[in-house]
Design a protein around this ligand. Structure first.
Ligand code: PBG
Length: 333
């Protein structure tokens, strides 16, 4: 049936009608809010490039967790800024590591909040890479001067996951992109009696310019080189499907695509192919761009926030990690 019988504008005339036929309904129920925990007490230091996001000491992180819960957001993901860094990422797996301390304190005060642990080593390594680094003997300054060792890093990642589970994390989320890390982590968790703790793998994580502000927030910029030898090339959709398949074969319970906005096709294809819960991470740079443009009055903050998040959900993500979680929850309330 064509025009004039069909008039698509009939269903767009009023707010009530538009809302009635809306296909995608955003709600905080699938949101995860990231927290950056730092040493000290009473610390609440705003991250310059991420207005409204803070480095929080454990006591402040507990307050933040209470607020998040009260806004109807079910989950937080914890990142840590350790007191000291070294070349074996001790701060990542120490039982009194910053993230472990925060998890214990938050679990005590807000037991029903789902605690997600980001398992990665970059924040805890003096060189800022996500694995153990070896000098290869290749010419200085060449691309292969340093190698990020895969297999030796797996052991540390598994140890980190176990120590996070012991501290009360409900979900383990590896973000390092080493090959085989989901299997190593699953094995480690099972061997320590955590067979009921699920793994949400950052399965398709791209080497992205959108992580800029995060590296300031978590103080994790690589001291040399970049992450392209382990994170994915942004041009590759088919390879992303192989990464996801590999993580599922190794036992991942849920998968993630990251970043979100520049990878909506990857989200959509993952949704079509894989019948597991699918998460997307709207990363620091996506957040910072919207905040900065809105501060200049170049775009409408709330509209663009909702539009981008709706697009991520429409593409197929049912879980969204976003620094806007609190803003959206307030707007929808
Ligand atoms: C750790 C990690 C990163 C992010 C999440 N986990 C940074 C990176 O890979 O460089 C980025 C999150 C963001 O930008 O908001 N590897």
């Amino acid at each position: 049936m064509a025009f004039p019988t069909t008039r698509l504008r009939r269903l767009r005339r009023t707010d009530a009608m538009r809302s009635f036929v809306r296909e995608t309904r955003l709600s905080p129920e699938g949101f995860v809010y990231p927290l950056f925990v730092c040493p000290g007490e009473g610390i609440r230091k705003e991250i310059r490039s991420m207005p409204g996001v803070y480095n929080l000491s454990v006591d402040e992180a507990v307050k933040e967790a209470l607020e998040v819960k009260s806004l109807g957001i079910p989950s937080i993901i914890l990142f840590g800024l350790p007191e000291t860094k070294d070349e074996i990422a001790t701060g990542a797996w120490a039982d009194d590591g910053i993230v472990q301390k925060a998890a214990r304190a938050i679990k005590r005060e807000v037991p029903s909040l789902l605690l997600m642990g980001d398992v990665c080593l970059c924040e805890y390594m003096s060189h800022g890479h996500c694995g153990i680094v070896k000098k290869t003997g290749a010419p200085k300054g060449s691309e292969t001067e340093y190698e990020i060792l895969n297999d030796p890093s797996l052991e540390i990642l598994a140890k980190t996951a176990v120590s996070q589970a012991r501290a009360g994390m409900d979900i383990i989320a590896p973000s390092d992109m080493m090959d085989g890390r989901v299997a190593a982590i699953r094995k480690g968790l099972d061997a320590s009696g955590f067979e009921n703790i699920p793994v949400l793998s950052y399965a398709a994580k791209f080497a992205s310019g959108f992580y800029g502000p995060f590296r300031e927030a978590a103080d994790s910029a690589p001291a040399f080189g970049d992450r392209r030898s382990y994170q994915m090339d942004s041009a590759n959709l088919r390879e992303a499907m192989r990464e996801i398949q590999a993580d599922l074969d190794e036992g991942a319970d849920m998968i993630m695509v990251k970043p979100a906005l520049a990878y909506l096709d990857v989200i959509a294809e993952a949704r079509r192919r894989f019948d597991v819960p699918l998460a997307a991470y709207q990363v620091s740079g996506e957040y910072a761009m919207i905040k900065a443009a809105a501060q200049n009055n170049w775009i409408d903050h709330d509209r663009v926030m909702m539009e981008t998040l709706t697009s991520i959900q429409r593409a197929g993500a049912s879980i969204i990690l976003t620094y806007f979680a609190k803003d959206v929850a307030r707007l929808l309330a």
